[in-house]
Write a protein that binds this ligand. Structure first.
Ligand SMILES: [Zn+2]
Length: 152
């Protein structure tokens, strides 16, 4: 049986593997030299498998990040489209956002700030409500829709 220290040493050491260059290096459109390398996967479910990868520039990583962001934006757009087509609120209110809410006095300027702050600090794991009161025509519904969109 291995001693605890030996096991810990093995677990904390970085995986040792050597890479083998495949083919000729080339210059990416970003100007960096890129090499195609292969290595044997030292750990994990793919242990022993030969992995091929490009080294030298971040273009592939950047593209991957862009794809993920684009996918996320598409999902958000879908949620907004669902809101627009299934919501029972009147068409004018569907356009409501914080950006197009125009407070007519200092109290409403503060109400807008408070509502925006509510969205900013809202925690999905510990959701808390908000109460909006005020006279007719001051924008309670507008602010409510803005909050709703801010939380989507
Ligand atoms: Zn590149």
């Amino acid at each position: 049986m291995k001693k605890f220290n030996q096991v810990m040493k093995q677990l904390t050491q970085p995986p040792i593997f050597t890479t083998k260059e495949v083919g000729e290096p080339f210059i990416c459109k970003c100007g960096e030299e890129v090499r195609n390398v292969e290595f044997v996967q030292p750990k994990g479910p793919l242990t022993g498998k030969i992995i091929s990868a490009y080294q030298g520039c971040k273009c592939e990583d950047i593209q991957l990040a862009k794809d993920i962001l684009q996918e996320r934006e598409a999902k958000i757009e879908k949620v907004f489209q669902g809101f627009d087509s299934h919501s029972l609120i009147n068409p004018q209110l569907k356009q409501a956002t914080f950006e197009n809410y125009q407070p007519t006095n200092q109290q409403l300027v503060q109400a807008k700030k408070d509502a925006m702050r509510y969205v900013e600090i809202f925690d999905r794991n510990e959701p808390r409500g908000i109460v909006i009161t005020g006279p007719y025509g001051t924008g309670k519904s507008h602010i409510s829709v803005s909050i709703c969109k801010g939380l989507m």
